[in-house]
Design a protein around this ligand. Structure first.
Ligand code: GLN
Length: 453
């Protein structure tokens, strides 16, 4: 079949099913059909780029030229991006077809997709339950077969946790492996783009196109590109797997623990050696993150002032009134909570007590991993303490929600790559196994994931 037929198939499925899941904010039908037709022409020449004609969806955090880029917020409901994010451009040049922009927690702040201005996304496994967040739209779209793969972003778990809750594979690469240019910033030192797919092989194919060096992002690392599909079938004999004690303590659902332990046993039968390890500062990851991420978010989101783009209130009295009301109306509660926390943590007199302290803790967390990787090749554990939960069940308690990311956040603080693969079910709900690798060991992680699948 042609790319045009394939694209039409997905567009028809989205039209028929997405009312149920709410996984897309915008469906870019005309662009998709035009790109598919162009792809078919290139395919006919026999000289087509790697993803030529393959439809994908982009998280609505990535700027797409001429297309609304809302970041899940009322603030950007009217924002048409004037340029493409580097990763969007990379996919376009590889011949991929854009089906649309996926729903997400507002400005990527959340773990349940309940903070989106466009309404919650439903988990295709059980529509009374959350898909995880913040890339819940990308996850639900792939899980419901409304896209074969989707782009996503991860600041504290937003790729891996929705992958776990929707039974998918999701990879957050090493910080700096993928360009952040044109990805709307939440916490710049933690944000990293990646993909959500149905298998590690698909993730490798997508990451091959997404990863690049980009001089428009000063934190992008000029590291040679590799073919992530090349080592997928490598044997795991001799692999040393570290299992951190701290990831199996209080707070982990006992049924989730059982499924994850069984997955670790499978690795033993595949030839790996299992080694208990300690990451002693794990308990400080959530508190450090909830100082650093809000601090950076309060600075990044100060650009949304109603002046140059985004929501502007009606009839402002003066400049201060315009700032106040535009931001008051444009941002939702969770975003405001983070801006307030971050502004407080950065204010004169508190900077040393909170922000500096959190940065020192971050350094200790990173050192835990550096020490661990002296002895092991990969680290395995649960992605999330619990499987998917019902809407509203954690809504009133931000701290309960924040603890859902307890196993994913440290990876972002250290800048390491992390991956989640489905490893079993608890009460009919998917459970994720998290694989953490050393810097730029994406190829190894994908190999280890592929051998399980
Ligand atoms: N759930 C975390 C938060 O709300 C992480 C979000 C993310 O990775 N974008 O900050």
């Amino acid at each position: 079949f042609s790319s045009s037929e394939l694209t039409q198939h997905f567009l028809d499925r989205i039209a028929a099913k997405d009312e149920r899941y709410n996984s897309y904010i915008s469906v870019t039908r005309d662009i998709a059909l035009a790109q598919a037709q162009a792809a078919d022409e290139r395919l006919a020449t026999g000289d087509a780029p790697p993803l030529c004609g393959v439809p994908i969806a982009h998280k609505d955090i990535f700027c797409t030229q001429g297309v609304r880029t809302s970041c899940g917020s009322k603030m950007l409901d009217n924002f048409i991006a004037p340029y493409d994010a580097t990763i969007v451009d990379n996919y376009q040049r590889a011949g991929a077809v854009m089906l649309g922009k996926t729903n997400m927690d507002e400005f990527a702040m959340g773990s349940s997709n309940e903070t989106s201005y466009y309404g919650p996304v439903k988990n295709p496994w059980n529509i009374n339950c959350v898909p995880g967040g913040s890339s819940g739209g990308s996850a639900a779209a792939v899980a419901a077969l409304l896209a074969p793969g989707a782009t996503a972003s991860d600041t504290g778990g937003s790729i891996r946790q929705p992958a776990a809750l929707c039974g998918l594979t999701g990879i957050k690469p090493t910080y700096g492996r993928v360009s952040r240019y044109g990805m709307i910033a939440f916490a710049s030192s933690l944000d990293q783009a990646g993909v959500l797919t149905r298998s590690a092989e698909d993730a490798a194919i997508m990451l091959n196109v997404m990863a690049s060096f980009d001089d428009k992002d000063s934190t992008c690392v000029d590291q040679p590109l590799e073919d992530y599909t090349a080592g997928l079938t490598d044997d795991l004999t001799g692999l040393t797997v570290g299992v951190p004690d701290e990831y199996f303590g209080e707070g982990l659902n006992p049924k989730t623990a059982e499924v994850v332990q069984a997955a670790i046993k499978t690795y033993e039968s595949l030839g790996a050696t299992i080694k208990p390890i300690s990451l002693p500062h794990t308990h400080l990851a959530v508190p450090a993150y909830y100082v650093i991420a809000p601090a950076e978010c309060s600075a990044n989101l100060s650009r949304f002032d109603g002046v140059r783009y985004g929501h502007r209130c009606e009839d402002p009295k003066d400049l201060a009134d315009m700032y106040k009301r535009s931001r008051g109306e444009g941002f939702g509660d969770e975003v405001k909570r983070r801006i307030l926390v971050g502004t407080y943590a950065l204010s004169a007199g508190y900077y040393d007590a909170y922000y500096n302290k959190a940065q020192q803790v971050r350094r200790l967390i990173k050192q835990d991993f550096v020490d661990a990787f002296a002895d092991v090749d990969v680290i395995l554990g649960p992605t999330s303490p619990n499987p998917t939960f019902e809407f509203g069940s954690k809504g009133d308690d931000p701290v309960a929600m924040y603890l859902e990311d307890i196993y994913t956040i440290a990876t972002n603080l250290a800048g390491l790559p992390g991956l989640s693969i489905p490893c079993g079910l608890v009460d009919g709900k998917p459970v994720g196994l998290q694989l953490i690798g050393n810097y730029f060991a994406e190829g190894k992680l994908l190999n280890v994931a592929h051998q399980f699948q």
